[in-house]
Design a protein around this ligand. Sequence first.
Ligand code: C5P
Length: 217
Amino acid sequence: MKKIIITIDGPAASGKEKIAKYIAKKWKLKHLDSGILYRQLALIILKKKIKYDNLFELRKIIKSKPKLSLRKTKKIRSQEVSALTSSIAVYKFIREYINRKQRQIVKINSNQRGFVIDGRDIGSVVFKKADLKLFVYVSEKNRAKRRYKQLIDSGEKSIYQKILKEIKLRDRQDKNRKHSPLVIPKGSHLIENNGSFNDTKKQINYLIRSILDGLSK
Ligand code: C5P
């Protein structure tokens, strides 16, 4: 059977991960969270005390082909790593390295039924020929509220206004960067994730059923 590729793009804290995990479980697909790769790379850079604008040292790191774990640790979710991640994600050589990693992961796991991959440029750049492309929309305020709750629940200290400001800043960086900015990919379906998750699930499952029907004909 043909390996199915579903891409999910959207801004920070829009619920892409929750949606991707849900799809992976329901439709027996493997989940790849591309943000983890960017965050793991940022963590390596942070540990080496390299600044985000030291291009010479950043290139050296990429040349050394760093191994990037897919483990989602608490450290990579910290505000410090989040901010550095968006700052290094602007560079073309970094994006190309991570794009190659993503394609390798999908290729190597060829025994899988398929993949659901989430990020910022998955449907627009990394897997342009995906079978289904989703773009998640949630208002800035709802995203900040959800991120705030996530941080508080995981035991971190947090201030709502600060989170809202950081979300706006990350949106600006992601949308305005020169290479692979966050866009609504061509041919993608808009998923409205402001309301209940049941409502989101209905939108998604309807789309997945129709692509699977199409593939089996
Ligand atoms: O999705 P997540 O919040 O973990 O992503 C962290 C950051 O990594 C984003 O704010 C974005 O700057 C960057 N990123 C990206 N392209 C991706 C995934 C993440 O630029 N495909």
